[in-house]
Write a protein that binds this ligand. Structure first.
Ligand code: SF4
Length: 123
């Protein structure tokens, strides 16, 4: 009986640890996305020429997954069409920083790099 109770407790402890790990991962993604959003703006302001040169090396296409539009907080202009593809409500006048994403090989939200349709390397 004592063994059963301790097994049940172990199971609960493991579940709690798993939940804490999942929460920590979400916090990590959220914070790193916010930091990148701040950093990429600062970098762009002082390296515009390099950014536009780098953009010419960008391969692939946007897959309209919309993930970069809610990497941290969801953009208020993001919508999805009936096929589940992202739609920008202000596409014709969207912010420069949105249209430049990703502007070089380091300008990726790290958790989105594998899924993004834009590439700088042959992956
Ligand atoms: S993550 Fe990449 S593929 Fe997805 S919407 Fe953003 S730019 Fe497009």
């Amino acid at each position: 009986m004592t063994e059963l109770i301790s097994k049940l407790e172990l199971k609960k402890i493991n579940q709690l640890i798993l939940k804490i790990q999942q929460l920590a991962q979400k916090v990590d993604i959220f914070c790193s996305a916010l930091l990148l959003q701040a950093w990429r703006r600062i970098y762009f302001v002082s390296n515009k020429k390099e950014v536009y040169t780098s953009l010419k090396k960008r391969k692939g296409n946007c897959l309209r997954c919309g993930r970069c539009c809610h990497a941290s907080l969801k953009c208020q202009h993001l919508e999805y069409d009936e096929n589940g593809l992202s739609l920008c409500k202000v596409y014709d006048r969207k912010p420069t920083m949105c249209s430049l994403y990703p502007y070089n090989e380091n300008d990726y939200f790290y958790h989105l790099r594998p899924a993004c349709g834009y590439k700088y390397y042959d992956e």
